[in-house]
Design a protein around this ligand. Structure first.
Ligand SMILES: Nc1nc2c(c(=O)[nH]1)N[C@H]1C(S)=C(S)[C@@H](COP(=O)(O)OP(=O)(O)OC[C@H]3O[C@@H](n4cnc5c(=O)[nH]c(N)nc54)[C@H](O)[C@@H]3O)O[C@H]1N2
Ligand SMILES: Nc1nc2c(c(=O)[nH]1)N[C@H]1C(S)=C(S)[C@@H](COP(=O)(O)OP(=O)(O)OC[C@H]3O[C@@H](n4cnc5c(=O)[nH]c(N)nc54)[C@H](O)[C@@H]3O)O[C@H]1N2
Ligand code: SF4
Ligand SMILES: [Mo]
Length: 696
């Protein structure tokens, strides 16, 4: 044991980047506490931060490369592992072509800058077009809206939560998630602040969520009908002559085309589809437009559904039409120390979208990645480009992708699978070879992605606290060494810290923010509130914001024709939910996070429960087109009638993860349907799945 030391660092589990103070003795963590002086999180943390220490000491963690021999994993050396990976992947490509190797990159990569900096070279070395990630289970509609309206996928507007007078939240639960595409730690407190300064927060959700509970008002909505609501709000803003582009006057193209496009989407039609009264919709439009500042924020519930792209388009349109785009208190753009948009600028380059379509069912590709919903069919369907091997880095699609069991079957049929992960999980257990990753406390940390989505500009860098176990390399180095083997290079590139050192001076804060400066500060540095900047950053060919891009206008007839399916065999609609004590599918191995009652329950309205003879706490059988599960019911008025909610991320059945959890749980993605997709963005439509329930 060494001396007592403390370090300030940000948590990298979710997007919130909470400031932590970690006390340790060089060997063990003694405490993890909130940093009250962090300019972004201001003392907020959640129970998952404390569990960061568990991920390091988890007895189920993989700490050596493992090769499957006769169905059993055996430890091998790093040299053997790199050799086998290279030989097997190249062997598949020699027989079946380069695209025969599929790549899936999971969510934790977005939180690890060493991975972000090194994965592109690995993918390039593999030379495959068969690329997938968790993004199409999550956020592609946001990128599609930004590409077509602003010209760059990462020009994502962030709600100026610190100054807004009116926040309309559609399909997000930031009190639990702490925000997404909106890094806003301590969101509950931020809502209190909005209300305390006389502002309002209105939540639109089929579930009375933890966020709705704290809001000024909550409106229940039928799943997948949000586009009707948002287009009706736009319709009403035109009708009531409330359009005011404010500072963007002269920079916006397509106002008339937009007005024409939304003409059929009246508040009366929206009332029929959404279940929200027309008068309420009209009033909401007026309140929003007349508020000194206002911002509409639509997230997962509005993105991962059949009209995800339309929702994200309409979301931006609402903010633009009311003078709340690129304006204090509205939707703004960050100016981070590491300028990701600038690094990947597309200015002056003409591109067509979608960039490509998938081989089997012709779904759109954006950002170089195919929709996760087509990965199974691309494994199953013979022909040129069929996936025969998989490289899966920090991913668990068997539990996290729609109809995950179909992906599992596809993986079982592969010739080879390589994983880089910390666990044998429901996906990696099918791997032939697993290379161990390193956990947060063993890595330098700088958030390359989420500073770009934060409600305030800040920057933070901290070095690793502990060395990886057994002299293992850090994860970025594993990726870099594997890449070097594949390309035949005899060296790996500079460390992430060195690359960061080169990138920071090119960002918005120039030389004032360097690795040295951040190290010296020793904690998160405040770079101030969001500032207007979009007019200089637009990357559209004519330098104008596009209000009515064809892709969206042409999709409106599909929306107009939409009425929730009345399928007697599957009369209820299923949606997902997130929970404070778990993050996606991988934190459930921490005893401190899974202790207590089984939280993997299906929430159902009392009327539905009574009609179906379902009792609170009893097991129910749930069927969808693709699967069947049994789980306990939770009867609650928090649900809209006709809608049931199941948490995502559970259902660990196999491998070593979840040894800590006593209760068996199910995966929502045994029920979600890979045939349900937003055809414009290719994003999975997790919400609104038709299901049937009965007592078990
Ligand atoms: N039905 C439904 N499905 C959903 C969602 C939903 O709302 N509803 N949400 C979707 C969303 S938004 C997302 S982002 C995806 C997430 O989907 P995925 O990215 O596929 O899954 P995760 O559970 O985030 O974690 C992936 C794996 O990373 C491993 N891991 C954790 N830390 C590290 C590390 O430091 N290094 C390495 N190498 N591995 C690590 C874990 O062991 C885990 O196996 O799920 C999606 N699936
Ligand atoms: N504690 C915790 N925090 C997390 C995560 C986690 O797993 N646990 N995951 C992180 C990740 S990867 C992400 S992407 C973010 C997601 O962050 P959020 O978007 O805030 O995520 P959810 O909690 O899934 O919220 C989606 C909401 O949409 C509602 N909903 C479902 N269908 C519809 C619909 O058709 N219309 C409307 N209006 N609402 C609908 C659901 O009831 C739910 O309240 O959270 C991040 N933060
Ligand atoms: S809210 Fe997210 S970033 Fe903050 S402590 Fe919890 S898991 Fe970490
Ligand atoms: Mo996500």
């Amino acid at each position: 044991m060494g001396d007592l030391q403390t370090q300030h660092r940000t948590c990298n589990i979710c997007e919130a980047m909470c400031g932590l103070i970690v006390e340790h003795d060089g060997e063990n963590v003694l405490s993890i506490k909130p940093d009250v002086n962090d300019p972004l999180s201001r003392g907020h943390i959640c129970p998952k931060a404390v569990a960061l220490q568990d991920f390091r000491t988890d007895p189920d963690r993989i700490t050596a490369p493992m090769l499957k021999v006769d169905g059993v994993f055996q430890n091998i050396t790093w040299d053997e592992a790199y050799d086998i990976a290279t030989e097997r992947l190249r062997a598949v490509q020699e027989v079946h072509g380069r695209d025969a190797v599929g790549v899936y990159l999971g969510n934790p990569n977005a939180h690890k800058f060493g991975n972000l900096l090194n994965l592109p070279a690995l993918v390039k070395a593999l030379g495959t077009r068969n690329r997938y990630s968790s993004a199409t289970a999550d956020q592609i509609p946001h990128h599609v809206a930004s590409i077509h309206m602003l010209g760059h996928p990462m020009l994502i507007p962030v709600p100026d939560v610190e100054r807004t007078d009116f926040m309309l939240i559609i399909g997000g639960n930031p009190v639990v998630s702490n925000g997404s595409m909106m890094t806003a730690p301590g969101f509950g407190k931020r809502m209190e602040e909005i209300k305390a300064r006389g502002g309002r927060v209105v939540v639109v959700d089929p579930r009375r969520t933890e966020t709705a509970e704290k809001a000024s008002a909550h409106l229940f909505i039928r799943p997948e009908t949000d586009a009707f609501l948002m287009l009706a709000l736009i319709h009403e803003i035109f009708d009531a002559d409330l359009v005011d582009l404010g500072t963007l006057t002269g920079k916006v193209k397509g106002v008339e085309a937009l007005q024409e496009a939304v003409a059929p989407f009246t508040p009366d039609l929206a009332a029929e589809r959404t279940g929200i009264a027309a008068a309420t919709i009209r009033q909401l439009a007026r309140d929003f437009a007349n508020s000194p500042s206002a911002v509409c924020y639509a997230r997962m519930g509005a993105s991962t559904q059949s009209f995800g792209a339309l929702c994200q388009w309409a979301n931006n349109v609402l903010n633009i039409l009311t003078g709340n785009f690129d304006h204090a208190g509205g939707a703004m753009f960050t100016t981070p120390a590491l300028d990701y948009v600038g690094m990947t600028s597309r200015k002056g380059r003409v591109r067509s979208y979608p960039e490509r379509r998938s081989r089997v069912s012709g779904q759109p590709l954006y950002n170089g990645e195919f929709p996760i919903s087509v990965m199974a069919e691309e494994m199953e369907t013979p022909g040129d480009g069929q996936i025969k091997a998989l490289v899966c880095v920090a991913g668990n699609p068997v539990l996290t992708a729609p109809n995950g069991r179909r992906i599992e079957a596809g993986i079982e049929g592969l010739e080879f699978m390589l994983a880089i992960d910390i666990h044998v999980n429901d996906t990696t257990r099918h791997a032939d070879l697993i290379l161990p990753g390193t956990v947060a406390l063993e890595e330098d940390i700088y958030d390359m992605v989420f500073h770009s989505f934060a409600v305030r500009n800040t920057a933070a860098y901290a070095p690793a606290i502990f060395a990886p176990p057994k002299g293992n390399p850090k994860e970025w180095e594993v990726i870099a060494r594997l890449t070097a083997r594949l390309t035949g290079a005899n060296q790996i590139g500079p460390s992430p810290e060195q690359v960061l050192g080169m990138l920071l001076p090119q960002g918005y804060h120039g030389d004032s923010i360097s690795v040295e400066a951040l190290l010296e500060a020793g904690q998160s540095v405040d770079l101030g509130p969001l500032v207007p900047n979009i007019t200089e950053r637009l990357e559209t060919p004519d330098n104008m914001i596009q209000l009515a891009p064809e892709v969206f206008v042409e999709d409106l007839p599909r929306l107009l024709a939409f009425a929730p399916a009345q399928d007697a065999a599957f009369p209820l609609q299923m949606i997902g939910r997130r929970q404070v004590r778990s993050h996606n599918s991988w934190t459930q191995n921490s005893p401190r996070l899974v202790k207590g009652r089984n939280r993997c329950t299906v929430e159902i309205h009392p009327e539905d429960a009574a009609r179906l003879g379902i009792e609170d706490g009893e097991d129910v059988l749930i069927r969808s087109r693709v699967g069947l599960v049994t789980m306990p019911a939770e009867v609650t008025e928090a649900m809209a009638p006709g809608v049931v909610s199941i948490p995502q991320g559970w259902g660990q059945k196999n491998g070593r993860i979840n040894a800590a959890s006593a209760q068996p749980t199910i995966s929502i993605n045994d029920l979600t349907d890979d045939a349900r997709i937003d055809p414009i963005s290719g994003n999975a439509a997790f919400n609104g799945v038709a299901v049937a329930l009965q007592p078990a």
